[in-house]
Design a protein. Structure first.
Length: 379
């Protein structure tokens, strides 16, 4: 990305100066060699004429305003790097500043910006986006390129993809499965279902993140429990078979080092990243009952670079962004028929996953299972 410093924490005057400098460089054939402003070539995005015009209009408005840097607050950014870089190349003069904020830190940051009136964030990405929308931290915006996929009906609650109130939309999903050390286990050793992991033969071979801490493990177990795929007795048995750690990354490190053989309840993209870094790990998806969680993105309230932010949000649903999503190991909500996963993974339309309930049900069940999750940690 062109700007890799934290513009979001600089005074507004400095931000404006940095944006002006960027515009000067690009207009004069600087980095990228493309001029900011003017007619865009959007043919590769596979849009209709109306969508192309909306993106062109947003681009021109962003350039004219001088508010050309999009500050994104999210829990992670590594897998989005390809999308960010492609966006900056596709729309000369626009830049992205990724900021990592989650949980209490994100809440504190948003509260501080509201109280001070010094708004920095333009885009929010969070699996629980509705919480922040309910507090007034988002503005309604439906991306010009968004469409509800035909496959979604009956397979997940549609509010996991599109907010009924129009605040958030999901361009892709995470898939949770399992990881294993390829030097410790062969294909013939692997479990065939979640149920298998409760067998005593897995005692001392498993590790996973504490499910009482908000995160992927809590999400997976809540989804499985509320769907009746597993029960409390299963959870007690798998807890007894495993070493429970504070972070998902710690569990993956133990799998990578060979300390443990198998990590259930993990995010496939994290395993893929470790594998690409040379770790002897592999992803396992089951033939059924995998778990997904949608990544919800929305326009921040009082976003200083609102036009550029709207352009980015619309870009996320294009073929170009979908291709980058697949490369990173995520699953586009709408996957163009011309694209396939370079990792041999199925599209969401073909994936075998547990039905994802409404946001309100997930939140209610997480609270309901709270004491049960804590009991696993205590063992």
């Amino acid at each position: 990305m062109k700007l890799n410093f934290r513009i979001g924490n600089l005074p507004k005057a400095v931000v404006a100066g940095a944006a002006a400098c960027t515009l000067f460089l690009t207009a004069c054939g600087g980095p990228g060699g493309a001029a900011a402003g003017g007619e865009l070539d959007l043919a590769a995005l596979n849009l209709d004429s109306s969508q192309e015009q909306q993106l062109q209009d947003l681009y021109e408005a962003a350039i004219e305003s001088g508010e050309t840097d999009v500050a994104i607050y999210a829990g992670h950014h590594d897998e989005f790097k390809g999308i960010y870089e492609a966006f900056e190349e596709r729309f000369p003069g626009l830049t992205i500043t990724p900021e990592t904020y989650v949980g209490a830190e994100l809440q504190t940051k948003l509260d501080a910006e509201r109280q001070s009136g010094n708004h920095v964030v333009d885009v929010l990405s969070n699996p629980n986006a509705d919480r922040y929308a309910d507090q007034g931290f988002a503005d309604k915006y439906k991306p010009a390129t968004f469409a509800m996929p035909e496959w979604a009906e009956g397979r997940l609650s549609l509010d996991q993809i599109e907010d009924p109130d129009g605040f958030y939309y999901a361009p892709w999903a995470l898939m949770f499965a399992s990881s294993y050390n390829t030097e410790k286990l062969q294909d013939s050793d692997l479990p065939s279902s979640w149920t298998d992991l409760a067998d005593s033969k897995w005692a001392g071979k498993l590790t996973f993140m504490d499910p009482s801490i908000p995160g992927g493990t809590m999400t997976v177990l809540t989804t499985l429990l509320q769907a009746g795929i597993v029960d409390e007795a299963w959870l007690e048995k798998i807890g007894a078979n495993a070493k429970v750690v504070a972070q998902d990354q710690l569990a993956l490190q133990s799998i990578s080092s060979g300390e443990f053989a198998y990590q259930p309840l993990s995010a496939s993209i994290s395993v893929l990243n470790a594998k690409q870094d040379g770790a002897p790990v592999e992803v396992q998806f089951f033939d059924k009952d995998n778990v997904i969680a949608t990544e919800k993105w929305m326009l921040a309230a009082d976003a200083p670079s609102s036009d550029a932010a709207k352009l980015l949000l619309s870009y996320l649903y294009t073929v170009e962004a979908q291709e980058k999503t697949l490369e990173a190991g995520n699953f586009p909500i709408n996957q163009d028929e011309s694209l396939t996963s370079p990792h041999g993974w199925p599209s969401l339309a073909d994936a075998a996953f547990v039905e994802l309930p409404e946001q309100s049900v997930m939140r209610e069940k997480m609270t309901e299972y709270g004491e049960l999750f804590k009991s696993v940690t205590a063992k």
